[in-house]
Design a protein around this ligand. Structure first.
Ligand code: NDP
Length: 340
């Protein structure tokens, strides 16, 4: 059985979902309440591959909210993730994806050391960040999106915002070796990590976000920001392809300007309907088929009975593993979301 650990995008979102699901007593509660709420399994999921194979999984709501980071409620945030993992394991889930901020919190706060959760010893091989599949899907969105817009990648400048992150660095590796884009712009805040990435790639310009934006034909957003940033569309090139892979979205507003094309990054569409309710609450256009690529990674590992933490640790995603998960993704009927 596979599992997905997810969370909602904001307190406001959590309150409105609680209202929609018929829990008015949760809908009126503030951050304190969500800080103390335990994890819950809220959905059972059935997926059929295009090979005909069928699998079953569970969705674990961790009750984490990004506001917990902004309000420095770090202990609450870390407890949410580790308790959700223990809950998944206790319920016999073989391979669980850590969606959205779950894997970031796990890594940034070094939660490997918290193996013992009450009477449960966490077995990390039962978990995957899902980031290899996310990075692969974002790279495919770059390739297919460029083709659709007539952007020649061998002449294109691609800015990666969040370049030193787990997903960002994997995207850089792929663009560097598999595609050979003309210019890579590396954007993040910590200079030492940027320099280390530049050294690893043997190329790439380190730039501030607002210096990079006007130069890019394609912008990949994979920064771990609790809130999106405002962008002035007038400064962008035209055409410009923006792939927003962040959760919550890295761009604060949807830009509506001719010549600027926005893709929901790191999202896949399955070829067959998935039997689940939960995707209705995350505003997908086709909730029966569209999902986060990280979640789809745990489904792929379940289809293949690969019970291993396929994506784990930071900045260790290889191009070979991206190719492997990419093949499995195609085999089982997942496609990158391409509605421009
Ligand atoms: P990491 O924490 O590994 O990396 C985050 C990157 O963002 C780092 O390079 C960091 O560098 C940079 N960053 C953070 N804040 C800022 C800022 N204000 N300005 C510029 N750069 C910034 O995260 P992941 O790679 O694991 O995840 C990246 C994003 O992808 C997240 O939003 C996550 O929620 C989303 N995601 C989407 C998935 C999907 O299925 N679609 C699956 C998993 C994750 P520095 O701190 O030096 O600035």
């Amino acid at each position: 059985m596979f599992g997905l650990i997810g969370h909602l995008t904001s307190l406001e979102h959590a309150q409105s979902v609680a209202r929609d699901l018929g829990y008015p007593e949760y809908a009126d509660q503030g951050l304190d309440f969500w800080c103390s709420a335990p994890p819950q399994i809220v959905d059972t999921i059935k997926v059929t591959s295009i090979t005909g194979q069928k699998i079953e999984g569970k969705y674990v709501e961790s009750c984490f909210l990004p506001e917990m980071l902004a309000a420095r409620r770090i202990k609450a945030a870390t407890r949410k993730i580790i308790n959700a993992m223990a809950h998944a394991q206790k319920n016999g889930i073989d391979i669980t994806a850590l969606g959205g901020f779950s894997s970031i919190i796990f890594e940034n706060f070094n939660l490997q050391k918290l193996k013992q959760i009450r009477n449960i010893t966490l077995e990390f091989k039962r978990f995957t960040t899902g980031n290899t599949h996310t990075a692969y899907i974002i790279c495919k969105q770059v390739e297919l999106g460029a083709e659709k817009l007539g952007i020649d990648l061998s002449k294109a400048t691609v800015a990666i915002c969040g370049a030193t992150g787990d997903i960002g660095s994997a995207v850089c590796r792929w663009l560097n070796t598999k595609i050979g884009v003309a210019e890579l712009l590396l954007v993040a805040r910590e200079q030492e990590r940027l320099k280390a990435l530049q050294g690893e790639l043997g190329r790439g310009k380190i730039l501030d976000l607002y210096d990079a934006l006007p130069l890019a034909d394609i912008i990949v957003w994979v920064a771990s920001m609790p809130k999106g940033v405002e962008i002035d569309p007038k400064v962008l090139k035209k055409p410009c392809l923006l792939i927003d892979g962040g959760y919550p979205k890295n761009m604060a507003t949807k830009i509506q300007q001719s010549g600027i094309y926005i893709l929901n990054g790191g999202i896949v569409e399955h070829s067959l309907d998935i039997d689940w309710k939960i995707m209705n609450i995350v505003n997908m256009d086709v909730p029966g088929r569209q999902l986060f690529a990280c979640f789809a990674e745990s489904m792929l590992l379940e289809f293949e009975k690969l019970y291993t933490n396929f994506s784990w640790g930071r900045n260790q995603i290889t191009v070979e593993n991206m190719e492997l998960i990419g093949k499995l993704s195609v085999k089982h009927g997942f496609k990158p979301l391409m509605s421009l």
